[in-house]
Design a protein. Sequence first.
Length: 278
Amino acid sequence: MNINNSNNNFGEPPPPYSFNNSPLSSSPLGPPTLNNSNGINNNNGNNNNTNNTNNQFESMINLKSQNSFQNIKEVKLFNNNIEREMYENLAELYSIIKVTEHLEKAYIRDDVSPKDYTTACSKLIAQFKSSQTLLKDQVANVGQFMKDYDLNCKAAFDRLVIKGFPSTLEHNTNESSTDSAMAKNVAEAVQLFITTMDSIRLKLVSVDGIYPLLSDLMESLNRNQWLGPTFEGKEKIKNWISILNQMKATDELDDDQSRQLLFDLDNSYNIFYKAIKS
């Protein structure tokens, strides 16, 4: 008796057979299929099609990227040497303002000595005046320049534009009080008084000529601690330094300004001389 036939007599389904006596291959997305009579999976064909599509897509991206790079043009800041020099001068003015701001904050934090601060600040002020001369046609207003380039440097603006002299000249920071140092400081102040007044009498009244003399005189008076902070001459000299700082280096004092400056210096010198004798 055939066992398989007896089983079929009980209504049981026959065992699964394939046409080529091999297991049916499974489709990637469903049950076994009979499309491949040789039992070979068709996944390789699908993978090849996918790879071809990916390669075509990558080629399109590479081609578009090459076209984009070819369309990029170099942007030049200047077209000739004159424009190049102008941008370099603007960059120097920008750096002077930034460095002055950092120097002022460092001096407030006591990170720099008064002597080093005075030297560095005086140098920056001189560089600022020279930079203004070079950029007189491009930068008519330093405040507007700082606003255009987003320079939030209030301390630098006050030091460079408003006052025009180091903070140590505004506030006495020297501590030497020996007799020899006092005699030296007095003699130096007298000499600077006379030199400045002689320059005015000789009509040498350009800003770049008078400004250094007044700055040196102010510094010398500050070294004479015995004068005290309320000495009238220092206030007048500070006022004139601020006035000159608002002018261009190539400007000159007119006759009225020259006469007034000479009068203030002569009056300050007489007060200084009387203070020495007393």
